[in-house]
Design a protein around this ligand. Structure first.
Ligand SMILES: [Zn+2]
Ligand SMILES: [Zn+2]
Length: 111
């Protein structure tokens, strides 16, 4: 008599692995959440896109430092995770926004 052979059928093969993000990118993202000051900025850019909400100017990933996060209610401490209080403004529009005498909250945020 023949001994039984254990055959393992693997029908599930990962045919397509769509990894749009590299592992390094994900790690960077996770680490970015450690610093609240800069993480909300990255989140806002991610949620609203690399585009100025005012002049609709678009930015590349490498130019994203020209895009700043404006707080709609003027309170930099109000950072809801859904981004409802954020507006991405280019530095020019942002300055214009604040030069209207509304707020001066970002004067200290500039480098
Ligand atoms: Zn703009
Ligand atoms: Zn602002």
């Amino acid at each position: 008599m023949q001994g039984r052979r254990n055959k393992v059928y693997k029908k599930q093969r990962p045919e397509k692995i769509n990894s749009s993000k590299s592992a390094a990118e994900i790690v960077r993202e996770l680490k970015g959440q450690g610093s609240p000051a800069s993480s909300y900025r990255e989140r806002s850019l991610k949620i609203h896109g690399l585009i100025c909400a005012k002049c609709a100017r678009e930015f590349d990933y490498k130019d994203r430092h020209l895009l700043t996060v404006h707080h709609r209610d003027g309170n930099p401490g109000n950072n809801p995770p859904d981004g409802s209080n954020w507006e991405n403004l280019c530095v020019y529009c942002h300055e214009d926004e604040h030069s209207r005498g509304l707020l001066g909250d970002y004067l200290s945020d500039k480098r």
